[in-house]
Design a protein around this ligand. Structure first.
Ligand code: CP
Length: 329
């Protein structure tokens, strides 16, 4: 390992260099093996992670909580209503106090224009690692699980793999931009070619797209954008169709809903899957809006790897905690 990861924040994969990310993947594989063999691995005995959730979660909450338990530590499951931040306590005071009590602060805050800023405010004052459990810009824990899953399915060398990241229609809620944004930033660093597809009303943040294009160029990968979902699926090796909100264009919920209603046909169905490579992989970070983002026969079908992808949330989350909360001091 080139760099000491003990004490480091994990707010975006962009802050970790490629060697550090590879260390994270190797640690994830090792922890997955130990978990499968039933080998105790209590490397974080009696350590505490404070989980602050401003929004709901199934995978992130339970992968962190089960993960820290398996590592011998404990998680506090916190929401704003349980904390004095509901009375306006500052990020600084929260960070300073929790730093005296435990070993990491994990935060999910996806409010558009607020979440990432809040995480960085806490990180500025915390003496312990701040781990993002998703904000309005990035979801690093999701994307490292995605990359690990791709390596398991298609080999460690992913250079030349054609991955389509597509917007899809949903009615459940306006999902954050952070999953596709994290994917377009991480995948090209591993030589993966990106096709990004979305209607014009649902772009990603322009500065993130520019960074992703630059990373693709630096790493010999291609990067293209289309507003045609069919074209985006053609010959893809992996498809990741998923909803995200139209926050970049408007933050008015009525206007966003009106824009959304124009694109009900952006669904991942059998016809579109047939445009992709014969052995295409279907991925989704979950939760999925079944029947709107994707039809059941695809998400439950032979190309779907969603449960392997979800399982890897556990192993990668444990690796992040182990390396940042434990590791080499
Ligand atoms: N993919 C993901 O982050 O799931 P949760 O919202 O359930 O944590």
């Amino acid at each position: 390992m080139k760099t000491i990861l003990h004490g480091r924040d994990f707010i975006t994969t962009m802050d970790w260099d490629k060697d550090e990310l590879d260390t994270l993947f190797e640690t994830s594989y090792e922890l997955k093996k130990q978990f499968a063999m039933g080998v105790p691995h209590k490397y974080l005995d009696a350590k505490t992670v404070f989980m602050m959730f401003f929004e709901q979660s199934t995978r992130t909450r339970n992968s962190i909580e089960a993960g820290i338990t398996q590592l011998g530590g404990h998680a506090h499951d916190l929401t704003p209503d349980k904390m004095q931040l509901s009375h306006g306590e500052s990020a600084k005071d929260t960070a300073m106090v929790l730093s005296r009590f435990g070993h990491a602060i994990a935060i999910r805050n996806c409010f558009y224009g607020i979440g990432n800023k809040y995480l960085n405010d806490v990180a500025k004052y915390a003496d312990i690692p701040v781990i993002s459990m998703q904000d309005d810009v990035y979801h690093p824990l999701q994307v490292v699980a995605d990359l690990m899953t791709l390596q398991e399915k298609r080999g460690k060398n992913l250079r030349g793999l054609n991955v389509t990241i597509s917007w899809a229609y949903a009615e459940s809620h306006a999902k954050p931009l952070s999953v596709p944004q994290s994917q377009i930033l991480l995948f090209p660093r591993y030589g993966i070619n990106i096709t990004l597809a979305h209607p014009k009303e649902f772009p990603l943040m322009p500065e993130i797209v520019e960074k992703a294009k630059k990373l693709a160029e630096e790493n010999g990968a291609s990067f293209r954008i289309t507003d045609d979902m069919n074209e985006a699926f053609r010959n893809a090796d992996v498809v990741i169709p998923k909803n995200w909100g139209g926050f970049v264009v408007t933050q008015d919920p009525d206007e966003m809903k009106a824009n959304l209603r124009k694109h009900k046909d952006w669904i991942c169905d059998e016809r579109r899957m047939s445009l992709a490579s014969k052995d295409v992989l279907y991925m989704h970070a979950l939760p999925a809006d079944r029947g709107r983002e994707v039809v059941d026969s695809v998400i439950d079908g032979p190309h779907s790897i969603i449960y392997d992808e979800a399982e890897n949330r556990l192993h990668t989350a444990k690796a992040v905690m182990l390396l940042t909360m434990g590791g080499r001091p």
